[in-house]
Design a protein around this ligand. Structure first.
Ligand SMILES: Nc1nc2c(ncn2[C@@H]2O[C@H](COP(=O)(O)OP(=O)(O)OP(=O)(O)O)[C@@H](O)[C@H]2O)c(=O)[nH]1
Ligand SMILES: [Mg+2]
Length: 456
């Protein structure tokens, strides 16, 4: 009997066991104002090349790969991932993008389709662990983790067949790895709604339908091409067998989108099937975080008539997807305030102590939705967060700093953030036997503090 392939659930692993959408309302994260961006492959290299171990890498016999252990993730491989801001026209996407990036790059204006060309910005991802490390080392340079966000044009009903900015818009969505879907739930007669009135459920249905229709068209085309080339397939050659399997998988994807009426990321797939899906770069395979744009008043009182219905819609259609209420109007006011003024504002509004902005929480949710984690390199020169995908092995994680670290990887000296916090200094962590030497098979954990050793 052939070995059974593991079933891989697409989308966020952390949500795979949660069947209900969660409203992430409080407490908001403190957002960092770090704007510094030190180019990769420079500073981190210096801080981790204290001593290079020469010729110490003894060749181990290659281990047997166990395919069942390695779950293949949906989407593009790699760490350099992007999240796109998607939604109907005039719902506040560019205004949100501007507050998030603290720029005026996004074309925010009170008419539909103000945005045409996508704009991109790198947003620092808040992390109290990073702040603590900076306090400890007081480094010359501080580089937090970043999330790349893209402001995309508005999508309208019929976009999949070319209405509005139709296909241009959808190609921009295809180019990102995850989606922030802005849903308008604020009333303002001054702000035109392309559908005539405010109805977030209808709007969510429109976006969902358009993304699915485009995927169906894409998958049908792929299937047609595969079937055309499969007329002379035999049953003996491995290549022919693989081709047949691919056709069966594409048929299953089409069934998921049509008969099962599901986004592709909500299906259950084997690793082989995920490989086929990834080759198709489908829109509904990308993780979605729903961002509900409320009036400032509704955000402050944590009440809006649409919110429970929106949650119900997500539970029914895309269970497990995150839902974050926020207010672009409030964020626009907060963006020009100092940290102190923000704290005062929170008190004035009756919000929980701390930064009243939801942007930190949103950035973190986007980062997590892409299965991104970070490890740190730290010292008096620099404290820096390095973004990797969950499940990345030590050599590849080191390679994010410099390809030499991966190619000539010897080992990593690694301590957990919690251990450093508990023991206070690197020396004490070491004395407690908590500084670990890790080899190539080690899977880097979120919050690890790493020091890589590479050979000549
Ligand atoms: N009252 C109110 N107006 C808002 C809010 N968010 C955005 N707006 C206004 O809505 C209008 C459209 O905002 P944009 O940010 O350009 O919307 P968009 O979704 O990027 O629009 P397109 O690029 O055309 O798809 C602007 O006049 C904003 O000032 C909000 O929370 N409350
Ligand atoms: Mg816009």
């Amino acid at each position: 009997m052939p070995p059974r392939l593991p079933l891989v659930s697409l989308g966020r692993q952390s949500h795979s066991r949660i069947s209900r959408a969660s409203i992430l309302f409080s407490p908001p994260f403190l957002i960092q104002a770090y704007q510094a961006f030190v180019p990769q492959h420079t500073a981190g290299f210096a801080s981790t090349s204290r001593s290079l171990a020469k010729g110490r890498s003894k060749k181990m016999p290659p281990k047997k790969k166990n395919a069942e252990d390695t779950k293949i993730r949906l989407g593009r491989p790699g760490n350099n991932l992007k999240i796109g801001i998607v939604g109907l026209p005039n719902v506040g996407k560019s205004s949100f993008f501007n507050t998030l990036s603290q720029t005026d790059l996004g074309k925010a204006a009170n008419f539909p389709y103000a945005t045409i060309d996508p704009e991109e910005a790198r947003i620092p991802v808040p992390d109290p662990r990073f702040d603590w490390l900076c306090e400890l080392y007081k480094p010359v340079s501080k580089v937090p983790a970043f999330l790349t966000c893209i402001d995309i044009a508005g999508l309208t009903a019929g976009a999949s067949t070319g209405a509005g900015l139709g296909n241009a818009f959808l190609s921009h969505v295809r180019a990102v790895d995850g989606i922030f879907q802005v849903v308008r739930a604020f009333d303002d007669a001054e702000v035109i709604h392309v559908e005539g009135d405010v109805d977030p459920l209808r709007d969510m249905q429109i976006i969902s339908t358009e993304l699915r229709l485009k995927d169906i068209e894409w998958v049908e085309k792929a299937l047609e091409g595969l079937r055309k080339n499969s007329k002379n397939l035999g049953s003996v050659s491995l290549a022919d067998k693989a081709r047949k399997e691919e056709i069966t998988t594409v048929e299953k994807i089409l069934k998921c989108l049509t008969e099962d009426n599901k986004d592709v990321r909500k299906g259950t797939w084997t690793n082989k099937e995920v490989e086929v899906i990834n080759g198709l770069t489908l829109l509904t395979a990308k993780p979605i975080t729903y961002l509900v744009n409320l009036s400032e008043r509704d955000f402050v009182r944590k009440k809006n008539k649409w919110l429970p219905k929106i949650k119900g819609w997500i539970d029914e259609h895309n269970p497990g997807d995150a839902l974050i209420p926020f207010s672009v109007a409030l964020e626009e006011r907060l963006v020009s305030m100092t940290e102190e003024e923000k704290l005062e504002e929170a008190e004035k509004l009756g919000l929980p102590k701390g930064n009243p902005s939801a942007l930190g929480k949103i950035t973190t949710a986007g980062y997590t939705s892409l299965d991104l984690i970070r490890y740190f390199t730290s010292g008096p020169d620099e404290v820096r967060a390095w973004t990797i995908r969950k499940g990345t092995k030590a050599p590849a994680a080191a390679g994010v700093i410099h390809s030499d670290f991966e190619n000539k990887f010897v080992c990593g000296e690694i301590m957990a953030y919690d251990d450093l916090k508990e023991f206070g200094t690197e020396a004490q962590v070491k004395a407690a036997g908590k500084l670990r030497q890790q080899g190539k098979p080690y899977e880097v954990q979120d919050g690890d503090i790493c020091y890589w050793k590479s050979g000549a």
